[in-house]
Design a protein around this ligand. Structure first.
Ligand code: FPP
Length: 265
């Protein structure tokens, strides 16, 4: 839950301006937050879990439709086993402690990422979250777990190749739309805003396909310090951006430019 003073300070959604339908978050800086306090990295992840609750509450307040969080990347297996085990135990804790509450608040939980290779009880818990909340109509919380953007695109390409081999799809029908339709959660709204905390400015294999036209907002604070006001700050920055999707701001007929811009913007 956001700290009480954050809730009272939040603007009404209508006061922000254009609001994103789908927000992704790279929750970075747990380890550095802990180190700055002389604590083990696990304490940073634990504090990160509390920040995640604040982010969900803020997304709900601002009527965001979907929030995708990067909780465990396909590359995080390279961390020491003790840290990987701790992140898994945090997921178990999250499911036990938070999922019933999220369900009561009409949150729908979805999981993206590779299920194979995960401990069996983790796969079961992920399925449980999705099944329990399947009919909910409020915020969709997408947990990216054992997720990698390149892996997701490769998987879509593989599925399409198999369909071509079976004669169900023609090679010339492999369009961006066809690839998009074979991603893990193809029915989500377009990703509008991607937030990364921890003062790093890269995508780290998160939602590579979906972020093609997302606005990127990099926040200096470490993830455990993220709160509802951080979320609001990112939304205000998003609302101030001009999105052109490769087109032009002004009507091209007025400025004598070619009718279609082919890229950029
Ligand atoms: C990146 O910080 C964070 C992670 C790899 C894990 C994120 C997990 C949480 C916020 C806990 C909630 C998760 C679940 C399972 C629902 P880092 O460790 O890379 O930080 P550093 O760059 O400062 O070392």
């Amino acid at each position: 839950m956001p700290r009480r003073q954050d809730i009272t300070k939040l603007l009404a959604p209508e006061a922000i301006g254009a609001l994103p339908r789908h927000v992704g978050i790279i929750m970075d800086g747990n380890g550095r937050w802990a180190r700055a306090r002389g604590l083990p990295r696990s304490k940073g992840h634990h504090a990160g879990m509390k920040a995640l609750r604040r982010a969900v509450e803020a997304a709900d307040h601002f009527r965001v439709e979907a929030l995708t969080i990067y909780s465990f990347s396909a590359e995080n297996w390279a961390r020491p086993k003790t840290e990987v085990d701790y992140l898994f135990s945090l997921l178990r804790h999250f499911v036990r402690r938070d999922v019933d509450d999220l369900h009561r608040r009409n949150v729908r939980i979805r999981i993206i990422g590779e299920r194979g290779g995960l401990p069996e009880d983790i796969s079961r818990l992920l399925r449980h979250c999705e099944e329990l909340t399947r009919a909910n109509s409020g915020l969709t919380l997408v947990v990216a777990f054992n997720y990698g953007g390149r892996q997701e695109i490769a998987q879509a390409a593989r599925q399409l190749a198999e369909k071509v081999a079976r004669g169900e799809v023609r090679a010339q029908d492999i369009t961006p739309q066809a690839i998009g339709a074979h991603l893990h959660a193809p029915d989500l709204p377009e990703l509008d805003l991607l937030i990364r905390t921890g003062n790093e400015q890269r995508l780290s294999n998160f939602l590579l396909w979906q972020s093609a036209y997302a606005e990127l907002v990099f926040l200096p604070e470490y993830w455990p310090d993220f709160d509802a006001l951080s979320f609001q700050r990112a939304l205000l920055e998003y609302a101030a951006r001009e999105r052109r999707f490769g087109g032009l701001k002004e009507d091209p007929r007025k400025v004598g430019a070619p009718a279609k811009a082919s890229q950029g913007g």
